[in-house]
Design a protein around this ligand. Structure first.
Ligand code: DAT
Ligand code: MG
Length: 150
């Protein structure tokens, strides 16, 4: 639906490398609506909740350390097929496999420094939005919508 929402996050390497604007611009230009945005230096405890499904992986400790190493930019983008299209815009998890033209395929090389996060299912998107934006999102009318959707 046009109201589908996804949680997109610029990771600490993306912030340090000055890619926040680039990533926002891609979602804006695609036609998605920005309904929440914040810069936050997350705690390891918060990040362990975000990545709870990966707790058993060998790279988990390194992942949490990296994600807690600097501020991230969390965003909620809304629009048609936002979760699946958001993942397609990010590219494959390992940047060496990400298609050129995707965010990771254009700006990253290493799986442990892949600059962005995107929810993988609608259910996980709702969980992640609740975790990062307990205060809620901001709904508003976008006057361009009749030019984006039939
Ligand atoms: P994605 O971020 O594409 O949803 P994921 O949820 O499987 O991928 O993993 C979360 C993050 O963990 C991923 O963006 C980078 C890191 N990661 C995944 N697999 C890894 C690996 N084999 N070695 C190091 N880091 C890894
Ligand atoms: Mg994931």
């Amino acid at each position: 639906s046009q109201n589908e929402r996804t949680y997109i996050m610029v990771k600490p390497d993306g912030v340090q490398r000055g890619l926040v604007g680039e990533i926002i611009a891609r979602f804006e230009k695609r036609g998605f609506k920005l309904i929440a945005l914040k810069l936050v230096h997350a705690t390891p405890e918060h990040l362990e909740k975000h990545y709870a499904d990966l707790a058993g992986k060998g790279f988990f400790a390194g992942l949490i350390k990296y994600m807690a190493s600097g501020p991230v930019v969390g965003m909620v983008w809304q629009g048609l097929d936002a979760v699946k299209t958001g993942r397609a815009m990010l590219g494959a998890t390992n940047p060496l496999a990400s298609a050129v033209g995707t965010i990771r395929g254009d700006y990253a090389l290493a799986v442990g420094r892949n600059i962005c996060h995107g929810s993988d299912t609608v259910e996980n998107a709702e969980k992640e939005i609740a975790l990062w934006f307990p205060e809620g999102v901001t709904q508003y009318t976008n006057v361009a919508e009749p030019w984006i959707y039939e």
